[in-house]
Ligand binder design. Structure first.
Ligand code: DHB
Ligand code: MG
Length: 226
């Protein structure tokens, strides 16, 4: 392919992405507020894309989710998409290590009108996850936190779900490095371990899909088998 053709295709991909977003995943005031709040609080702009948010909603609806666990809240952008998939008596529990990020997340969820069904718990996963063991299982778990923690979060997701639950993890492709041998750092190694485990664990039916604008990162999606 010539450089010109490569550029033309990249332009087509960008335009298609924009049109799909406008058609299937338009952002309302609350979602825009979450992104703006993150900026105002000097938080990184690493939230999922609108189409990824819509996919989370679709997956939650597909498994009839009434209880959702999110590991890593950031500014509440993904939390809004998830909480909006819940029935009025459903529950999102979002775990966040930073008190500041948790406050921003609570404000975003309130702005979205889902504060009644969303709870943000502050602390390290190693403290907060064991406390969930006595609660009913989660129908969907979304992992989007510190990358070295992913294999441990997968262990917890398996403990805290039921057959038919869905486990989603962000950033499982990350430019391809986790899929190659000789990972350059601990985050990449841990993401690669996550990918290999969900691909081969007989308790899970899994796929990883490139989902961002340039096809270089995306979700690993797993269904817990019966
Ligand atoms: C980073 C974390 C994320 O969850 C993400 O989606 C993108 C980047 C990061 O830590 O750099
Ligand atoms: Mg992420």
């Amino acid at each position: 392919m010539s450089d010109q053709e490569i550029l033309a295709r990249a332009k087509d991909r960008a335009e298609i992405g924009q049109r799909l977003e406008a058609m299937f995943a338009p952002e309302d005031e609350a979602l825009k507020f979450a992104i703006q709040s993150a900026q105002e609080h000097d938080m990184p702009a690493i939230q999922i894309s609108p189409l990824q948010g819509k996919l989370l909603q679709l997956l939650a609806a597909a498994c009839g989710a009434r209880r959702i666990l999110e590991i890593g809240a950031l500014a509440g952008y993904s939390g809004i998409w998830l909480a909006r998939a819940l029935p009025a008596d459903g529950k999102l529990i979002s775990l966040e290590v930073s008190e500041k990020h948790a406050e921003v997340t609570r404000a975003s969820l309130a702005k979205a009108g889902v504060a009644d069904r969303a709870e943000v718990r502050v602390g390290a996963g190693s403290e907060l996850l064991p406390a969930l063991e006595g609660e009913p299982p989660f129908d969907l778990v979304f992992i989007d936190a510190d990358k070295p923690g992913y294999p441990v979060y997968l262990d917890w997701a398996l403990k805290l779900t039921r057959p038919g639950s869905i486990i989603v993890a962000d950033n499982c492709i990350r430019g391809g490095a986790p899929l190659r041998e000789n990972p350059p750092d601990e985050s990449t190694r841990a993401l690669g371990e996550y990918d290999r485990r969900v691909a081969s664990d007989p308790r899970l039916l899994s796929i990883a899909l490139p989902l961002d604008e340039d096809g270089l990162d995306g979700f690993a999606i797993s269904v817990v088998r019966g």
